[in-house]
Design a protein around this ligand. Structure first.
Ligand SMILES: C[S@@+](CC[C@H](N)C(=O)[O-])C[C@H]1O[C@@H](n2cnc3c(N)ncnc32)[C@H](O)[C@@H]1O
Ligand SMILES: [Zn+2]
Length: 311
């Protein structure tokens, strides 16, 4: 049985109509499609599984299965809370004040570490990810803290089962670069946001860094010709061997602004995403320090940028 209050946020991803509960399913009032209720705070709402989507789900789920097996997800959470959370919170809160009337949505949430941490300051935190294991980890962490005001959706962020105009703040940490059709995703973010709602995403920056060292992990610069060239090298020639984060684009700020403007966002800002850098793949401490200094100070090497857009 699903918590009835949560039902008001959900819709059929195929036809965007309301869902009603029938036994262990949510059923679309219009097209009759059935979706599974996992428990009172978790639903599985994925329409039309294409081969591409199925493959991506499998890949990400294996990643989280491993994290759950070796328990590294719990260590990563502690590391994130100690080193990154406050920076991130400050930057998000600057654009949308987090308060107890707020409906927060974390897209590509993984274990939803950020959402968990702010749950007690919000009305509702919603996490959506297509990996069932990521949501299992999230649920375990949420329950351990006694958090009740949450909804986890196993769903596709390119076609969300979330009603139009229902969310105040969206956050995606390194998510919207992981598929080719980022514009479709941005359109979805716009659709579910309320008027004045804010979308906050971080993505790899297209600069000298992504054209040099980020190539070690198969980054694809989202720029004509460079994109086709990098796809050819990493996907066709190297058979994805170095694409350790799967498909990962890097963006120019101007491209992101254009994509957000296209769907109707009113105010759009792009800036450096201020975050503590680690550069663990660099062998010596001395070199690491130099690289961190350069990456922090020169936009030619900023690793990530944030794009904030107001509806
Ligand atoms: C790089 S991880 C980031 C996870 C999390 N935001 C964090 O910072 O730890 C990308 C996440 O996006 C999810 N994801 C990618 N494509 C997705 C899609 N089309 N629908 C739902 N989730 C997706 C993956 O399962 C994964 O959890
Ligand atoms: Zn339907």
């Amino acid at each position: 049985m699903i918590n009835q209050e949560l039902l008001q946020y959900l819709c059929c991803p195929r036809c965007k109509s309301a869902l009603t509960e029938q036994d262990i399913f949510l059923v679309c009032e219009k097209c009759g499609q059935k979706y599974e209720i996992i428990d009172e705070n978790i639903v599985k709402i994925i329409p039309n599984l294409t081969q591409d989507l199925e493959l991506s789900i499998q890949k990400w789920d294996e990643f989280y299965q491993k994290q759950l097996r070796d328990k590294s997800c719990f260590k990563e959470r502690e590391d994130y809370l100690d080193n990154f959370f406050e920076d991130e919170y400050r930057q998000i809160n600057e654009y949308k004040k987090i308060n107890n009337d707020l409906v927060f949505l974390e897209v590509g949430c993984g274990p939803m570490i950020f959402g968990q941490k702010i749950a007690n300051q919000c009305r509702l935190v919603i996490g959506i990810d297509f990996s069932p294991t990521a949501l299992k980890i999230a649920k375990r962490m949420l329950e351990a803290k006694g958090i009740k005001n949450y909804l986890l959706i196993q769903g596709d962020i390119l076609n969300m089962p979330i009603k139009t105009n229902t969310v105040d703040l969206i956050y995606g940490g390194g998510v919207i670069e992981h598929f080719k059709n980022t514009q479709t995703c941005i359109n979805e973010l716009y659709r579910v946001l309320k008027e004045d709602g804010v979308s906050f995403n971080t993505v790899p920056y297209l600069n000298l860094g992504s054209l040099t060292y980020r190539q070690i992990w198969g980054n694809i610069p989202n720029f004509p010709v460079l994109k086709q060239l990098a796809e050819f090298i990493h996907i066709k020639l190297l058979k994805k061997r170095h694409m350790i984060f799967g498909y990962e684009l890097s963006f120019l700020g101007s491209t992101l602004k254009k994509m957000h403007r296209k769907v109707g966002f009113k105010e759009i800002y792009v800036d450096k995403f201020k975050v503590k850098l680690s550069f663990d793949f660099i062998p010596t401490e001395f070199l690491k320090k130099i690289c961190i200094k350069i990456a922090n100070n020169s936009r030619l090497f900023w690793p990530m940028i944030k794009v904030i857009a107001k509806k």
